[in-house]
Design a protein around this ligand. Structure first.
Ligand SMILES: C=C(O[C@@H]1C=C(C(=O)O)C=C[C@H]1O)C(=O)O
Length: 374
């Protein structure tokens, strides 16, 4: 067989693909023309340029056909079809974010834990919703807040509906102090035993089960329970706790209790930082209001920076509740990391793979950033 004969059957198929691409381009061009007409009419009638409910319906259609890649394809088609009108509006909005569409400003959320203390401080008087990671994930997914921190596991579970904000996270490169596994004896004693998982946690809870199974070789039974350490340990040999409750039990440990820092164990095992939560926005919001999301992102970055520059004041404000001293809060704030660089992203991706292997997050779970950073 000559080289030419060998390649002969490929040519008709390639021609057919070229033909289909040409048709797709023609179809999208036609779609853009019709869409521009609808937008013009709507704006002339005093309405807004886009119809969110309808865009959601379109997303769903693409998602049903092609999964999470379909959502991306749908957003690209919508972006192309908004045409010049969209570009003009986005440019105008980038100059004056407040003027974006005739909709209220983006609603921000933060955790009620001390781990958001620096950001809360930096946000000053700005109105924000506060809640546990559990409540905040529900609010973000339900559309009750627009930009908020979300437990990494919840982000990965809903990655096809969310985008992460670049350069901002809640994590640690080693010890974290507020994501802990408490045990009565050494870790190996948990083999065949019971571990209670605090209900406010998704990421630390899963991280503990992964570390125990794959690093410590421990086979335990897990049960989700309200996050009260004394109650948790009444019926279990170990307990996973996060946030201020974990921090208090770590800084003032009960005699005889073993405290295992999950950030430190992860770092020891993988050499990577652990990111417990990321800041996210729904993809639909990012698509509809990109300039407002950029503005919210800039506000949060600035807030985190300002909080870090004034750690003493932040520590003082956090200590005001009487649970911790100013020195303890200073130590904690210096331990936490708000940045999200290459090593953090590597840590996220490594964790996502391990979590997917256990069926805890979808196989294709990954982190995708607002603005296209990868
Ligand atoms: C650093 C922390 O990370 C947290 C851990 C979470 C989890 O385990 O699901 C969720 C959000 C973060 O609050 C902390 O709780 O202090």
């Amino acid at each position: 067989m000559t080289a030419q004969q060998e390649h002969a059957p490929v040519t008709p198929a390639r021609n057919r693909i070229d033909d289909l691409d040409a048709k797709l381009i023609a179809l999208i061009t036609e779609r853009r023309r019709i869409s521009a007409g609808i937008q013009r009419d709507r704006i002339a009638a005093g309405g807004v340029r886009t119809d969110t409910a309808r865009e959601r319906e379109i997303f769903r259609r693409y998602h049903d056909a092609f999964g999470s890649a379909g959502t991306t394809l749908g957003s690209m088609v919508l972006e192309i079809c908004r045409g010049r009108l969209g570009a003009e509006r986005e440019r105008a909005a980038a100059v004056e974010p407040g003027r974006e569409p005739d909709t209220p400003p983006l609603r921000l959320g933060v955790f009620s834990f001390a781990n958001c203390g620096a950001v809360r401080w930096g946000l000053g008087d700005r109105q924000v919703a506060t809640g546990t990671p559990e409540a905040m994930a529900a609010a973000l997914l339900a559309g009750e807040v627009d930009v908020a921190p979300i437990s990494l596991v919840e982000y990965l579970r809903h990655h096809d509906r969310l985008l992460a904000l670049p350069d901002l996270g809640i994590g640690s490169d080693g010890e974290v102090l507020s994501c802990q596994l408490f045990t009565r004896g050494p870790l190996t004693d948990l083999d065949g035993g019971r571990v209670a998982l605090g209900s406010t946690s998704r990421t630390a809870a899963l991280l503990a089960t992964i570390l125990l199974a794959e690093w410590a070789g421990v086979n335990a039974e897990y049960r989700v329970e309200p996050p009260v350490l004394a109650d948790m340990l009444r019926g279990a040999d170990g307990a996973v706790l996060i946030g201020d409750a974990a921090l208090a039990e770590t800084l003032h440990p009960h005699p005889g209790l073993h405290v295992h820092d999950l950030g430190a164990l992860w770092r020891e095992w993988t050499g990577l930082p652990m990111v417990f939560a990321v800041w996210a926005v729904r993809r639909a919001t990012a698509l509809r209001r990109p300039a407002a999301v950029s503005a919210a992102h800039a506000t949060l970055l600035e807030a985190a920076q300002q909080g870090s520059r004034q750690l003493d004041e932040v520590a003082e404000s956090l200590a005001a509740n009487g649970l911790f001293t100013r020195e303890e809060m200073s130590r904690y704030l210096a331990t936490l990391e708000h940045s999200l660089g290459g090593r953090h992203i590597a840590g996220i991706r490594h964790f996502a793979k391990l979590a997917a292997r256990r069926g805890a997050v979808p196989d294709d779970a990954d982190i995708t950033f607002f603005g296209g950073q990868s």
